[in-house]
Design a protein around this ligand. Structure first.
Ligand SMILES: Nc1ncnc2c1ncn2[C@@H]1O[C@H](COP(=O)(O)OP(=O)(O)OP(=O)(O)O)[C@@H](O)[C@H]1O
Ligand SMILES: [Mg+2]
Length: 537
């Protein structure tokens, strides 16, 4: 007889603790592998086999003696290494750890299929003596993807904010300059009509006019960039527009540059401003020609339709506000030197240029115009491989509820009228120019320097006033409020709103469009005269 109570108890305890260990090992989302000092597999959990895509039964367990690094199981080790981006670095780390059994370490493993594992390795000790090692692996792919996505969004957000504040700045400057230019251009126009055509002063006046026009062009680019340009949107068939653009491009590039059209027969209708859109494309054509320079080269202008899936929005480098759906695409590709990533990052910044004579406004304006059309610009370029710029404009049902404003036509025809015109503008020089023009047309004039004064003057002369020339942007009370008040006094008086704002924005803001005409600043005095005639006539 032998008393085995203690042994049986020890055996049962051992069973209990092994079962607990097993359950613990299997309960975690981490893949765990236990090896001895020689690298032989002692144990692993199911998750480990799953993570590393081991077929069931492919890994022997517990004392079966499969050295992972000693390569007596070539298959297992080859299976692991084949999945990694950098197998050499991994095997070197493993060797290092087996040579230093007391060390623990961690890192992130990159897989060829894009997965990412966090790896930990910790020595297993008995009485302080290392006897083996526990490896654990955690699949962090989703987290890493989310982190990268968050970083990308943050960067995009920052970029958008930068663009927006630059847009506000550019728009503000352009607005002020528009007022100044209205005064300069208007006064030059007025003077010119007073001096004899053969006078030497006439030549200088024409030079002032030409310079003002040039400056006005700059303002227009800046306003376009800030999304406040002079926009007149209409349903547009771009296939006809594109042919015109090709002709224009041919005329404006050097002879050594070939312009190759590749135009779709018909395109879906978009709601767009033809003049602005042409400007947007021509800015790209000019850049392409300048990139090609003196060499021989080709600019290919392609039109077509691109349907964006929601996934495309994140994966493609689209600049602007674009949603999924059908878009008309106008593409300008060149065989120039192309751009590197650093350059690509900055090209849309206003005033960024690498050209000696460049102003750095071309692409900014293009982007502003395209944004205003709720579209986007896509750029693909590499050094030595040319550049491709694509403008995407969403195809939407045109909004027919809004009347299409008539285009401004300039006329020098002398014309006189009688009646009284009220000129409202906070800028004294603009006020003076408008007053003079109205007087030249035969009107009597009244003036007001702000909204409150305008309403007071209008109330006092309501019956005799035949037209109001109203500045939209004024401190304290803006033109819109003045318009509402005037309407309550006399509903039918014609009002000409003069502003650097876009037409569609003006119409949004002035709501009731009856008896309202609009005029873009800076204007030629003839344009104001035409508007006066339209208003009173
Ligand atoms: N097709 C292209 N190929 C190579 N580089 C380009 C191309 N288009 C633009 N760039 C680069 O982007 C910069 C900015 O272009 P952007 O049109 O805004 O200004 P710009 O052409 O320099 O001056 P501006 O158009 O006001 O006269 C250019 O200076 C050039 O470095
Ligand atoms: Mg340019």
């Amino acid at each position: 007889m032998r008393d085995v109570t203690a042994r049986k108890k020890a055996e049962s305890d051992l069973k209990q603790s092994v079962s607990l260990l097993r359950a613990t090992l299997e309960s975690t989302a981490d893949g765990i592998l236990v090896v001895d000092q020689q690298g032989r597999i002692e144990d692993y959990n199911q998750r480990f086999a799953e993570l590393w895509h081991f077929a069931p039964g492919a890994l022997p367990r517990t004392g079966a003696g499969t050295p992972l690094v000693e390569r007596s199981d070539e298959n297992a080790i080859a299976h692991v290494l084949a999945q990694l981006e950098d197998p050499e670095a991994f095997i070197a780390r493993v060797r290092h750890l087996y040579a230093h059994p007391e060390e623990s370490s961690s890192d992130v493993l990159e897989f060829k299929d894009g997965r990412r594992f966090e790896r930990y390795s910790q020595p297993q000790t008995i009485d302080g003596r290392p006897v083996g090692r526990v490896w654990s692996f955690r699949d962090v792919t989703a987290r890493k993807v989310a982190e990268a996505e968050r970083a990308r969004l943050a960067e995009r957000m920052q970029q958008t904010q930068k663009m927006e504040s630059l847009g506000v700045l550019a728009g503000g400057i352009a607005h002020d300059f528009n007022n100044l230019l209205t005064a300069i251009l208007g006064n030059a126009n007025l003077l010119e009509s007073e001096v004899a055509p053969d006078s030497p002063a006439s030549e200088s006046l024409q030079a002032i006019e030409a310079a003002s026009r040039h400056a006005a062009e700059l303002c227009r680019q800046m306003l376009a960039y800030s999304g406040q340009g002079w926009f007149i949107v209409e349903p547009l068939d771009l296939s006809r527009q594109a042919a015109e653009i090709v002709d224009l491009a041919r005329a404006s590039v050097p002879r050594s540059v070939h312009v190759t059209p590749c135009l779709a027969e018909s395109l879906p209708t978009v709601t767009a401003d033809p003049v602005q859109l042409k400007q947007a494309v021509m800015n790209l054509v000019t850049n392409a020609a300048e990139a090609i320079g003196e060499r021989e080269g080709t600019i290919t202008i392609t039109t077509g339709v691109d349907t964006l899936a929601p996934g495309d929005l994140a994966s493609r480098t689209l600049v602007g506000h674009v949603g999924p759906g059908r878009h008309v695409v106008i593409e300008v590709a060149d065989t120039g030197p192309g751009m590197d990533a650093a350059l690509l990052n900055r090209i849309f910044d206003p005033f960024f240029t690498t050209r000696f004579a460049g102003r750095g406004l071309g692409l900014s304006a293009t982007l502003g115009i395209v944004r205003k059309h709720k579209g986007a610009v896509e750029v693909r370029s590499e050094p030595g491989r040319g550049s491709v710029f694509r403008i995407l404009v969403p195809t939407i049902e045109p909004d027919t509820s809004r009347p299409t404003p008539t285009a401004t036509t300039s006329t020098a025809e002398p014309w006189t009228e009688s009646g009284t015109v009220l000129v409202v503008d906070d800028d004294p020089t603009v006020r003076r120019v408008a007053t003079k023009v109205a007087q030249k047309c035969g009107f009597k004039t009244l003036k007001a320097a702000d909204g409150a004064e305008a309403i007071a003057v209008f109330r006092a002369h309501a019956e005799e006033i035949s037209c109001v020339i109203l500045d939209l942007t004024m401190p304290e009370m803006d033109g819109d409020q003045v318009l509402q008040s005037i309407r309550t006094i006399r509903a039918d008086v014609p009002v000409i709103i003069a502003s650097g704002h876009s037409e569609s924005e003006l119409l949004d803001r002035t709501k009731s469009t009856e008896h309202v005409l609009t005029l873009a600043k800076p204007y030629h005095i003839d344009q104001l005269a035409t508007r006066l005639r339209e208003a009173v006539g």
